[in-house]
Design a binder for this molecule. Structure first.
Ligand code: NDP
Length: 297
């Protein structure tokens, strides 16, 4: 059996299109333009690429994009003042502080300074608590993207066995909470899990968010399961240069799974699409307007 490939690139394009249609309507009917502010501290090359892509896709969706670039040696008080200004700016509906921050800054303190209603990354402690208790919140973009693809594939996730490998605050834990909210039976595996292969083989839905290239091989996968590969790992090619691979060994897993996301072109493109969706959601909530259907958790 060869799995269906879940095309995250195409799916992300449809999400961006839905966002753009809704944004155009907001402008026409309500005179409101959703705005996303992205704050980058320092010159980390990967972060610069992410921020550029976010700005480009925000503008393409018809939203206002505000970029704030601060030097790596900016003091924390200056960053907190900027966040306070953005919290109070009515043109800004979403605020994203690009992580990681330079070592002299307290990431938790900075993230928790963002107005939770504008926290489009869903990392503020209030949003984490709301999600954990099944209440309306801003949801982290990567797990939201995974959830959208799973709902699209299955319709209802109710009663399915889900195993999430990885327990980070940005992917593993919110993913587990979202799956639980959709009535999956959820197991979270991590570096101390015993017989992890056996645990994974029980999964109807297997989400890998580990950061270890190709760790999950085909013999960890239950025949017919859906495999969502969150990992983004850059590895050396034998012929020189590098390429991106996931946490799943695609070649063996694709022979066993029922459906699988590739890397690249799976979860990755969904992450920015969900950032745009979250910004639109935040804007609708801020203005007491109906939220876009199918773009939230
Ligand atoms: P973290 O490093 O924060 O967390 C990794 C998790 O994997 C930890 O919970 C760790 O367990 C677990 N782990 C590590 N080694 C093993 C092992 N041998 N067996 C079982 N579990 C293990 O990573 P992130 O969650 O931030 O990211 C995970 C991956 O997803 C990375 O490749 C990252 O690049 C990618 N990513 C992709 C995004 C996208 O847009 N597609 C967005 C964000 C991340 P423990 O807690 O016990 O240490």
């Amino acid at each position: 059996m060869t799995a269906k490939i879940i095309d995250g690139k195409a799916f992300a394009a449809t999400v961006r299109e839905k966002v753009a249609v809704h944004v155009a309507r907001l402008k026409d009917e309500n005179g409101i333009t959703p705005g996303l502010a992205v704050v980058l501290v320092g010159e980390d090359p990967a972060s610069q690429v992410y921020v550029r892509n976010k700005g480009k896709q925000t503008a393409e969706a018809g939203m206002a994009s505000f970029e704030h670039k601060l030097d790596a040696d900016t003091d924390q008080a200056t960053l907190l003042k900027l966040i306070d200004d953005l919290n109070n700016d009515p043109a800004v509906h979403g605020i994203l502080v690009q992580l990681p921050l330079p070592g002299h800054m307290d990431e938790d303190l900075v993230i928790n300074a963002i107005d939770p209603a504008k926290d489009v990354d869903g990392f503020h402690i209030s949003n984490v608590g709301l999600l954990g208790t099944g209440q309306k919140s801003m949801v982290p973009c990567t797990p939201l993207g995974c959830l959208m693809m799973l709902r699209d594939h299955y319709g209802s996730l109710s009663g399915l066995n889900a195993v999430v490998v990885g327990r980070s605050n940005i992917v593993g834990k919110p993913m587990a909470n979202l799956l639980l909210r959709d009535s999956c039976t959820v197991t979270v595996a991590h570096s101390r899990t015993r017989d992890i292969e056996e645990v994974c083989r029980r999964a109807d839905i297997l989400v890998a968010a580990v950061g270890r290239p190709g760790m999950v091989t085909g013999d960890w996968v239950k025949p017919g399961a859906t495999v969502i590969d969150v990992g983004i790992n850059r590895v050396e090619k034998p012929e020189g240069g590098t390429r991106l691979v996931g946490d799943v060994e695609f070649a063996s897993a694709v022979e066993v799974a029922g459906a699988i996301t590739p890397v690249p072109g799976g979860v990755g493109p969904m992450t920015i699409a969900c950032l745009l969706a979250n910004t639109l959601t935040a804007c609708c909530r801020a203005n007491g307007l109906t939220e876009p259907e199918g773009l939230t958790a």
